[in-house]
Structure formats: structure tokens, C-alpha cells
Design a protein around this ligand. Structure first.
Ligand SMILES: Nc1nc2c(c(=O)[nH]1)N[C@H]1C(S)=C(S)[C@@H](COP(=O)(O)O)O[C@H]1N2
Ligand SMILES: [Mo]
Length: 503
């Protein structure tokens, strides 16, 4: 075997730069054709979809909303390591080095194309990454060789210049992609007035009882849970809603046509099945939309259909029992949240919200299609991953203040939080300190059975360590028990218990 004049670390650097330049350029091309087809993101999405449910559960509960940056970062690190290896191989076996780079980009291309919403253009960014990456690696190696022949033993001037140039170009291209993506603005839209609105919401107790969650969750603090690595950017002009499948009269609506239908407003607390006891994946808002019942009556559901399979613009599928979209709970095809258009992260321009069901079976974001079908005939993303098909929200309560393990001064203080039991309503909330009696908390204002209740209980805190537990009883008379269910596959329940230290 021929010995290379190029040190291993220089080879590795060449591989890194080639990969950086290739993926940087690919990121820019993706920004223009299909942002989610950017190689690292496409591979990341494939990893998410292929991850077994328990591992996903673990990632969501361990990293929370940082799960996405961590995933993208890991994919990037693995890619760079393999690219460095390609650079090292290239010193002695150019074909092997280039082959490894080409194989990596072929994988990314396959990942980009296999996304449900991908068009043929999705392969472009990976092709660009492959061609540019290989060309860069060959070119850097050639510059380096040229130095070695021109001035043996001298500093590798051309090689260093070329490498520096490649680094700058990679950063410029990748940054350019970020700028182009960020500049695609969401167009302004004017929302219609609802035909019926609930009474204005009363003031919550957060103003008088510090630390209790606000009655209305601020839009930018609303939890976000989805599988989308890039938030879809939808232009309402290009958007449409298709309702098809087992229906008498399939329907296609443009965004303007949807806005002309009678809209109602409804106060609904949404929560995620992956919310841990005491966790933050729950939020409350006033939603504006067209009742799904109106739309389903218009298309005429054929007997036998028991599932609405909804599809989002990025190809996510979520299934909802037909019953829940037809009965009088007022599930909505939503366009507005708290008096403004939906934020992009929460499904702009249109999403589903179904009172009483966990988000994964009733809250499709970036909604574009609703297909009437049966559970026997078709399944959705989460159903394919062993989750329940019908998942009513469980009765649950949470202590917001004091915070676990926060030192608090002895004396008069307040224990407070929220409790929810969508579709049933909260009847009472009780608190227990250490081994004492269950004491009834005072409830905050009532905004209907689909909306959470704030609660508080004054407490004379004595020095020492205390355990505080909360339980809720819903209007059917069911009281939360200590039994702690895992989030899988139906939703977390159990008493929220915290330890505090009073000094
Ligand atoms: N398109 C799409 N819609 C989705 C999801 C998703 O992954 N993709 N996740 C669902 C889940 S699991 C939940 S809990 C809610 C969360 O909605 P939010 O992010 O607006 O709070 O959206 C639902 N809708
Ligand atoms: Mo969820």
C-alpha cells in the first residue's frame, strides 16, 4: 500500500470540510425547494419515525422540548465523524473515501424521499451534498498534494488556503439556507368574527396567588409536541382541506371558503398523553373554528365509518373516533387561538382540536385532509406504534406552587395549581400535607367542563421537610388514586406529590 504524505488529521479535516460544504449547500437548496429535505433534518426525521415508542417516551421525558436540537445535533456529530473517516480513507484509497461520502448522501436522499409529504425535488439537496462533498474532498486533497510536490517540507500554503476557503463557503451556504428559511414569512390573515362566543373569561387567580399557572396559557408558553423537525410553513393561498373517504359528497375547501363558514369560539384545555404527572404538556386557550360536526354533516358520513384519519401537510397521520367529531362536544377545525391566527408551531393555518381527547388522537396540526374510514381498514402514525386509538383525557391535578425542593420560609403561604378532567369537569380538589387529612382547596373560576380549574389552599408552613399531595375529583364522582400509571399507552395519572423544605 502506498504511504500517504498527508497526515491523518489533515485527511480528517478534509473530510469534515467536504461534509460541511456539501450539507451547507444542501441546506440552502433545501430552503428553496423543501426545507425538511435538508440532509441532516431528513435523516433526523427518519430516526424519529424509526425510534421505538418506549425510547421516544424516554427522550421526551428526559430532554423535554430539547429533544429535537439534541437529535439533530447527534445526527450532525455522527455525520461529521463518518465524513472525517472518509477523509482519512481518501488519503490512501481515494475511491473508498469518495464512496463513503456518496453512500452517506445517498442515505440522506433516501430519507428525504421517504417522508410521506416528499415530492421528487426532495432528493435535490442530497444530490447537491453528494456532488459538492466529493468534489471538495478531491479538490482539497489535490491542493495538499500540490503543496507537497511544489515545496516538500514547507508549510502547506495552498492546502491551508483551500481548507480555509471551504470552511468559509460552508458557513456562508448553511447560514444562507437559515436566512432564506427564516425570511419566508407567514402572510397576514384576517379572522372572521365567531357567530357564538363564550362569555369573556373571568380573571384567573394567578394575580392574587402567585405561582399558580395563568388561567389562559400565554401563546408563547403553550407546550409544543410534534414529530416535525422543521415547523411547516404553509401559505394559506396554497392550502386546502379535503374531506373524503366513506362520504356521500367529498368536499374540498380553500382557506377563504373555510373562513366563510360559521365559526364558534370555545375554551379548551389541551394536554399530551406523554405529560408526566406534574409535567408541563398541558395548556389552555380560546380556540376559534368550524365545528367538525358541521363539515361532517355536509359531506354525509356513510354508515360503518368509525374513524377520521386526518393528514397534515408534512404527512403526519392522526386518527380520531368519528363519534368524538360528531357529538355535541364541539370539536373544531381551528383557525384562531386567543383572538389571533394560530402560531406556526401550533398548526398555522388550520388544526384540529377535540375536547376531551389527548392531542395524539384529536389535535392534528397543519391539517389538510380528513378521510372517513374504519380502524380495521387504516391506521395512523401513533396507532402503528402501539398507542391507543381512543384516548380520553384522564382526571389529573398538578401542584404549581411551591416548587419541589424549593426552600420556603415558615409561616403563612399558599399551595396552588391546576386540575383538569375535560368532558367531565372538576368537582373538587383536595390537598394533603404529610399524613394529615385531605383538605378541600378553593377552586378558581369555571370556564366549562373542557377547561382546567385553578385551585389554592392557604397553609401554615412549619419548619422541616413536608410532603404535599393533591388529588382531584371530577363531576362523575371519580377521584384520582395514588396508582401511578406510566404514560404508555393511555396517559399518565396518579397523585402529584412534592417534597418541600420549610426553613
Ligand atoms: N401534524 C402533527 N400534529 C400533531 C402532532 C404531530 O406530531 N404532528 N402531535 C400531536 C400531539 S401528540 C399533541 S399532544 C398535540 C400538541 O399540540 P401543540 O404542540 O399545539 O401543543 O398536537 C398533536 N398534533
Ligand atoms: Mo401528545
Amino acid at each position: 500500500m502506498e504511504r500517504s504524505q498527508t497526515p491523518v488529521r489533515v485527511g480528517a479535516l478534509h473530510g469534515l470540510l467536504a461534509a460541511a460544504l456539501g450539507t451547507g449547500a444542501a441546506h440552502l437548496v433545501a430552503a428553496l425547494v423543501d426545507p425538511a429535505a435538508s440532509p441532516v433534518l431528513a435523516v433526523g426525521s427518519t430516526v424519529i419515525d424509526a425510534t421505538p415508542t418506549p425510547v421516544k417516551e424516554w427522550a421526551v421525558s428526559t430532554f423535554g422540548t430539547a429533544d429535537k436540537p439534541i437529535l439533530v445535533g447527534s445526527v450532525a456529530v455522527v455525520t461529521l465523524l463518518l465524513a472525517a473517516l472518509a477523509g482519512v480513507l481518501h488519503r490512501t484509497r481515494p475511491v473508498l473515501g469518495l464512496g463513503l461520502l456518496a453512500a452517506l448522501t445517498a442515505l440522506a436522499g433516501a430519507a428525504a424521499l421517504s417522508r410521506p409529504a416528499a415530492g421528487p425535488a426532495a432528493v435535490l439537496p442530497s444530490v447537491v451534498a453528494g456532488v459538492l462533498g466529493c468534489a471538495t474532498l478531491a479538490w482539497l486533497a489535490a491542493r495538499r498534494e500540490a503543496d507537497t510536490w511544489a515545496a516538500p517540507g514547507q508549510p502547506a500554503r495552498r492546502g491551508v488556503l483551500a481548507a480555509g476557503g471551504a470552511g468559509v463557503a460552508a458557513a456562508a451556504l448553511g447560514g444562507g439556507g437559515q436566512v432564506v428559511t427564516a425570511r419566508r414569512r407567514v402572510p397576514e390573515i384576517a379572522l372572521p368574527e365567531p357567530t357564538t362566543s363564550p362569555r369573556p373569561l373571568p380573571a384567573g387567580i394567578e394575580g392574587t396567588h402567585e405561582g399558580v399557572s395563568p388561567f389562559v396559557t400565554p401563546r408563547d408558553a403553550f407546550y409544543r409536541v410534534d414529530t416535525a423537525l422543521t415547523v411547516p410553513r404553509v401559505d394559506p393561498k396554497d392550502w386546502q382541506l379535503v374531506i373524503d373517504g366513506d362520504v356521500e359528497r367529498p368536499l374540498t375547501l380553500s382557506f377563504d371558503e373555510l373562513l366563510e363558514l360559521p365559526m364558534i369560539e370555545k375554551d379548551i384545555t389541551m394536554t399530551c398523553v406523554s405529560n408526566e404527572v406534574g409535567g408541563g404538556y398541558v395548556g389552555s386557550a380560546r380556540w376559534l373554528g368550524v365545528p367538525t360536526r358541521t363539515l361532517l354533516e355536509r359531506v354525509g358520513v356513510r354508515p360503518g365509518a368509525d374513524q377520521v384519519l386526518s393528514t397534515s401537510v408534512e404527512g403526519m397521520t392522526i386518527s380520531t373516533p368519528v363519534q368524538a367529531l360528531m357529538d355535541d362536544r364541539d370539536a373544531l377545525v381551528v383557525v384562531g387561538m386567543d383572538g389571533a391566527p394560530l402560531p406556526r408551531e401550533h398548526g398555522f393555518p388550520v388544526r384540529l382540536v377535540t375536547p376531551g381527547l389527548y392531542g395524539f388522537v384529536g389535535a392534528t396540526k397543519w391539517l389538510t385532509k380528513m378521510t372517513l374510514t374504519t380502524y380495521a381498514a387504516q391506521s395512523a402514525y401513533w396507532t402503528d406504534r402501539d398507542w391507543a386509538t381512543d384516548a380520553p383525557v384522564l382526571t389529573q391535578s398538578r401542584i404549581d406552587t411551591p416548587k419541589p425542593l424549593d426552600p420556603i420560609p415558615a409561616g403563612s403561604t399558599v399551595i396552588g395549581g391546576v386540575a383538569w378532567a375535560q368532558q367531565r369537569g372538576i368537582e373538587r380538589v383536595e390537598v394533603r400535607v404529610d399524613d394529615g387529612e385531605w383538605q378541600r382547596a378553593t377552586l378558581g373560576p369555571d370556564a366549562g367542563i373542557d377547561y382546567w380549574r385553578q385551585w389554592y389552599l392557604p397553609w401554615k408552613a412549619t419548619p422541616g421537610r413536608h410532603d404535599i399531595a393533591v388529588r382531584a375529583t371530577d363531576e362523575t364522582g371519580y377521584t384520582q388514586t395514588t396508582e401511578r400509571a406510566t404514560p404508555f399507552p393511555k396517559g399518565a395519572t396518579g397523585l402529584h406529590t412534592i417534597a418541600v423544605v420549610v426553613t
